[in-house]
Design a protein around this ligand. Structure first.
Ligand SMILES: [Zn+2]
Length: 441
């Protein structure tokens, strides 16, 4: 969001004409391979989009739309040089985007939801940006191969921050948006994975933009991920609901009504985030082949159990076992995939904790500990982790040990050890199990 605040243009709506749709605002969301413009409208509007070249322009005509204040702004963006608007001779409102690069375009209307009213979405994609994004996925794969000499490669951990852009996800009472806090946690997990020997992170979303559910799966597959971790925060109408949960895919119905409810709401992200419905069928079908996912589900449950157990040390657990439901984003037939609901953003004290850097770090560290624990036993052949013993990531404190002596033993800084375990000072009780954070010193 930060980066795009500067680009946010607020338009004053005309009040005079009851029949016309008013253009009330415009938001821009920049993804690595696309730029999305969202016009807020007081009602549905007839529109037409066309492109002109030399110089490159995208023109959007809105029929019967009103705009009190002319839309004119330089965006300082690398895609759009300028947005301007005017009244065409035949009465329609014309918005012109002066482009910095050649794009292909696509528009659709979105129905009102909890957060926004009627919207017109204009998606601009650029072949060169798409290629660059593709290259960056390949670069992750190459880096995973290059990191180790010899035949062995790194494990690739796909980290998926839920929602984004036009889809804020769940909302906390004091205004926290799920998309923001889960990105923070995702970035902390990314750092942990990057620091760990034999692992390479792959960020599925790395900014405030929406990624369609099927594209999240596609990116993980193209990036040859060994694991897919989708990070979310739950919400419930009862503010008392709290705790972390971990979900895996289910092929045969949800394990509980709550899991079914959650899968339904998470799967609606595409509707909220703005995915053109016409795109859905063929592309989803091409990804979600009707393959047997039994193997991937077994693996997902196994990694889910490890993660859930570690999360239970830093947060209450909402459910003490891994739940299952038909989450679209978990449907890779060959990549173990879990969805982590870090906490209930609808619970005021958990909302507060989700905003705290220390708690975000603890959540990321506990997920990392679970991931390490899983791969110690289950690394695919050909990976560094399959061949090397990376040592325990847990330590049961014996009498006479101090936090600094344990930190020395595992070559991590005492501060890291404290943070990972939510401790202060140097005292640790004998018998307590400590998480040893990944990444060495
Ligand atoms: Zn979510």
């Amino acid at each position: 969001m930060r980066r795009w605040l500067a680009l946010m243009l607020l338009l004053l709506a005309s009040t005079g004409q009851a029949m016309a749709a008013n253009v009330e605002g415009l938001r821009l969301w920049q993804a690595p391979d696309s730029l999305r413009l969202v016009f807020d409208l007081s009602g549905p509007v007839e529109h037409k989009l066309f492109q002109l070249d030399d110089p490159e322009r995208v023109v959007i005509d809105l029929h019967g739309a009103e705009l009190e204040q002319a839309l004119e702004a330089g965006t300082g963006d690398t895609w759009v040089r300028k947005v301007r608007s005017g009244r065409h001779s035949d009465g329609k409102l014309r918005v012109v985007l002066d482009m910095q690069r050649s794009v292909s375009s696509n528009t659709f209307l979105l129905e009102p939801n909890e957060k926004y009213g009627h919207r017109l979405v204009v998606d601009l994609t650029s072949e060169s940006a798409r290629q660059a994004e593709q290259d960056s996925l390949m670069e992750v794969v190459r880096e995973a191969e290059r990191n180790q000499k010899g035949e062995l490669r790194d494990l690739i951990i796909a980290i998926d921050a839920g929602h984004g852009g036009e889809d804020p996800g769940a909302l906390g009472a004091s205004g926290t948006q799920e998309k923001d806090v889960v990105l923070e946690v995702a970035r902390r997990l990314e750092r942990r994975v990057a620091e760990a020997e034999g692992m390479t992170p792959l960020m599925i979303r790395d900014g405030d933009y929406y990624v369609a559910l099927r594209d999240r799966i596609r990116k993980a597959r193209e990036g040859e991920a060994d694991l897919f971790v989708s990070i979310h925060a739950d919400a419930f109408h009862d503010a008392r609901a709290h705790g972390s949960s971990v979900y895996a895919l289910s092929q045969n119905g949800a394990t509980s009504e709550a899991a079914r409810r959650l899968a339904r709401s998470e799967n609606e992200a595409d509707l909220v985030g703005g995915v053109r419905l016409g795109d859905k069928n063929d592309t989803l079908a091409s990804v979600l082949l009707d393959l047997s996912q039994t193997g991937a589900i077994e693996a997902s449950l196994a990694v889910g159990r490890e993660v859930l157990q570690r999360m239970g040390r830093v947060n209450d657990l909402h459910k003490s076992h891994v739940e299952q439901a038909a989450f679209v984003v978990l449907k890779s037939p060959d990549i173990p995939s879990i969805l982590v609901e870090t906490a209930f953003i609808s619970n005021p004290s958990e909302e507060r904790r989700l905003n705290s850097a220390g708690h975000q770090r603890r959540l990321a560290d506990s997920m990392m500990a679970g991931i390490r624990s899983y791969f110690r036993e289950n690394a695919p052949p050909g990976t560094v982790w399959a061949e090397r013993d990376f040592g325990p990531d847990e330590h049961v404190v014996s009498r006479g040990e101090t936090l600094s002596s344990i930190a020395r033993e595992y070559r991590v800084s005492p501060q890291r050890l404290r943070t990972a375990n939510g401790l202060n000072g140097d005292m640790v009780r004998a018998g307590v199990t400590l998480d040893i954070p990944a990444g060495g010193s």
